[in-house]
Design a protein around this ligand. Structure first.
Ligand SMILES: Cc1ncc(COP(=O)(O)O)c(C=O)c1O
Length: 453
């Protein structure tokens, strides 16, 4: 789906204005996450359309937005969930995602987690030879499920993208069974041949920063291994190929590029056999489904000048934008400026820093950026932050998790917001209270350390 600059911007502006007018962002609660529900539905529908109607499970990567109502919204749109921890699994279950639509990936699954996953009937991707040995033991035990959905995650070792920390198919990556290492291919073919229950194969080449051709090369190598296994076994041992997620997001403008369609078309060209009906498919997209549907809206508390630089001190910093603050070259964000009533500020751009509320000097979300002149009481919006930002809080300075609100509303024939129908909000997550923060900080155990001698 393509949110045009006009439609996206007008909706965003209407949502910001209404969020301010309806008191979702105030002096007392100076930061919130806003999620465009219509755009989320559109992105999910676009993904489904891109990969067609065969046997495909689109398992949303819960790490990108660990919020139960978001998982339910995506489940309503036909998506499942990819989980990588007991917490993420609990969220997916709380959202009502059925077990057969949940995939468990993680490099550090405990025996208890594996046992529970098998008992629940989740699909499990073993990350290592050692984990496969644990699964051997669990599946040989009396009462073990007969219809387990188990695969191996391979690392096709096709190389990394522009963000090292998110490149999972490098030669020495911690993820999966390294496919090109000495003897690995032989071991993998034998592992499948010896286990009739090992029916899936998984790869996730990387996330933001990986070129599509690199991702497609990783999928191609994974598919070719599946073909080799099935030839060796003389049948359909591997029936499902899980291609992971990783579609990069354009953080530079409102254009949605590349699209899920672009990627599906490339895969069909590079790995045609994947789509001829012999294999079920699983995808695990996260960022590409939600990033462009979300923004963080924060009040500006002060402005000042230092060494000739204008600085706006706003309430969105590392606590909601941790990657941007600590790795700004890899995670630049667009900043939009609104006035005290939530109306867009126009011309008169000057170079400014936009700083957050955290007590360290690097807590900056934009440096020396040309932006409309910001004043105290204005609002700044960090755009494209619907995935991995307001949902992935960093608890520095005991700053509270902000409220998160979904929005929708009527639209006119030309796609612009219908102000008569209005913008409606639903709370996804209420803002964290001071009492909750104090409880989390151990208030119930206030004297326990003092009592230790
Ligand atoms: C195994 C796995 N699948 C899917 C994803 C989602 O990636 P993205 O949000 O880039 O689509 C990740 C991200 O880390 C992952 O590790």
């Amino acid at each position: 789906m393509g949110l045009g600059e006009g439609a996206g911007g007008a909706w965003r502006d209407a949502a910001v204005r209404e969020a301010v007018r309806q008191g979702l962002v105030t002096a007392e609660r100076p930061v919130a996450g806003l999620l465009d529900v219509r755009a989320v539905r559109g992105a999910a529908a676009g993904l489904r359309a891109a990969f067609g109607g065969g046997e495909v499970l689109h398992a949303f990567a819960v790490k990108a937005a660990p919020l139960v109502p978001v998982l339910r919204l995506l489940a309503d749109e036909g998506l499942g969930a990819e989980v990588a921890s007991p917490g993420e699994l609990a969220l997916a279950r709380a959202a009502g995602v059925p077990a057969e639509r949940i995939v468990l990936d993680s490099p550090a699954k405990t025996v208890a987690e594996l046992r529970e996953a098998l008992a629940l009937g989740l699909a499990v991707n073993a990350d290592s030879r050692e984990e496969l040995a644990r699964l051997d033991a669990l599946l040989a035990a009396p009462g073990a499920p007969r219809d387990a959905a188990v695969g191996i995650r391979v690392n096709p070792q096709v190389g990394g993208g522009s963000i090292g920390a998110l490149s999972t198919a490098t030669e020495t990556s911690k993820f999966g069974v390294p496919l090109r290492d000495e003897g690995a291919r032989r071991w993998l073919v034998r592992a499948y041949a010896e286990r009739p229950w090992l029916t899936r194969i998984h790869a996730h080449v990387g996330s933001q920063g990986c070129p599509l051709e690199l991702m497609a090369a990783g999928v191609r190598d994974t598919y070719e291994l599946a073909e080799e296994v099935n030839r060796a076994v003389g049948g359909r041992r591997i029936r499902t190929v899980d291609i992971g997620g990783g579609l990069p997001v354009n953080f530079a403008s409102d254009d949605v590029t590349p699209t899920h369609h672009d990627y599906a078309r490339l895969l069909a060209a590079r790995v045609p056999g994947l789509f001829d009906g012999r294999y079920g498919l699983v995808t695990e997209f996260g960022r590409s489904l939600l990033a462009k549907s979300g923004l963080i809206l924060a009040r500006v508390e002060y402005t000042k000048s230092a060494g000739g630089r204008r600085i706006a001190i706003a309430h969105a910093g590392a606590q909601v934008a941790v990657r941007t603050v600590f790795a700004p070259e890899s995670w630049p964000l667009r900043v939009a400026v609104y006035d005290a009533r939530g109306l867009p500020k126009g011309a008169d751009a000057v170079p400014q820093d936009v700083a957050g509320p955290c007590c360290f000097a690097g807590d900056l979300v934009a440096v020396d950026r040309m932006l409309p002149r910001i004043e105290a009481g204005d609002h700044v919006a960090l755009l494209d932050t619907g995935a991995y930002y307001f949902s992935n809080h960093y608890a520095y300075n005991t700053l509270p998790r902000p409220g998160v609100y979904g929005y929708a509303g009527g639209q006119q024939a030309d796609g612009t917001p219908d102000v008569v129908a209005g913008v409606r909000f639903a709370t996804v997550r209420p803002p964290q209270t001071l009492d909750e923060l104090v409880a989390e900080g151990g208030a119930a155990r206030v004297a326990d350390l003092s009592a230790l001698r």
